[in-house]
Design a binder for this molecule. Sequence first.
Ligand SMILES: [Zn+2]
Length: 198
Amino acid sequence: MAYLAPARPAPARTRSTVRAALGRGRRVVYLWRRLKHAFSGRETPRAGIRADGAVPANVTVFDDGFPAVTNLDAALLGALRDAASDAAVDGVGFVVNSGWRSPQYQERLLLEAVWTHGSERKAARLVATPGTSAHVSGDAVDLGPAEATAWLSEHGARYGLCQVYANEPWHYELRPEAIVHGRPPMYADPTHDPRMQH
Ligand SMILES: [Zn+2]
């Protein structure tokens, strides 16, 4: 070991720098473990997010490669595909901005909304809990663009596809009775929906 410089006692500043670095290291390891837990059983975080129901841009109701689409209730998906086929004749395409979501993904959306809007009450107007969301049960889809939702507001009831909340023109659910009776009245927002009361 002749090539090493003679050992000198480390100055105090170096020791505290080392301690701070160790502290940071422990925090990084802790966060890494939390992240690994959140995505456990997934190949990569990106695949995990997709498996949770996130969708990239321009996914249509016909795309079978996305759990957000394929985990929708079969009757809802069938009605969406029937409607989209007819809308395509009018030059209108349906894009799925959100469909089925895992409970974990819904929880993340709710936490984001609480963070953004500052209170759980305000967040509840926009995002349901994992236990109450019609997205988690596969019974709701958020569609775009505006031409698609405009087409659906005119023709959707014929397929049982109904806007449920006045403040969410993109959120559609299946109401088979609408085929005969027309769209049922909308709730002003999700807080008025009895399904969201528990
Ligand atoms: Zn929705």
